[in-house]
Design a protein. Sequence first.
Length: 259
Amino acid sequence: MDLASIFAAERQKQILDFLNKKKRATVKELSEILNVSEATLRSDLRTLEKDALVKRTHGGAVLQEAARSEYSFSVREKKNHSEKVAICRKAAELIESGQCILLDGSSTALELARILKKTPIRLTVITNGIFAAMELKDNPELTVILIGGVIRVGHNSLEGTLGTSILNQINVDTMFTSANGFTIEEGLTDFNVYEVELKKEMVAASSRVVALLDHSKIGKNSIAAFAATSAISTIITDSQTPQSMIDRIRREQVETILA
């Protein structure tokens, strides 16, 4: 991502944060808060509307209901829960004793942590997910490393790259990650630009990347990409993902497993 794209992603994240708090905003109001031109703001809002995150109104915008739910971890945790559990059971079959794995802070990775909590397996697990770490600590066979960073109100994961030096000291076998969306063109994308920067570091440190994606995330795009399709080794999804999309993913040489 170039510098201009980073600035745009940061602005768009600030717009989403503002709309989540205030419910609606005018272009003039946002341009003053972010100190950019109204033309730039309109461009940002068009991008966010294209990604189904906001709905433009006369002179402003409101947050789409689907985007509002992304701000609540408890809502995300319940969404497509049975599919996530099935996906994570398949993911657990890929893990071997003695490995070092990475789990991101997603609600899907939390389900994998809950499975590993009850699994008699010796592992080192690195995660930025606070809830995941709390689950994993109850298994005495697991060495759990929580990546340091910034925690924000309403979030369950640590953000930023403050604690990523640990990734340079350990050989990571597999990263298990989810995303707000996945397209073949953009790869794995998310709406939180700060967590995206951490996820990029996690992807770069891993020998293998396994994406845990229920059908609602396939074909969906978001603000910022953290892993190109070529960087993904395996995608595990559920049977509601269209076969045509599965075929396209497999043509990209990405192993695709149905849960």
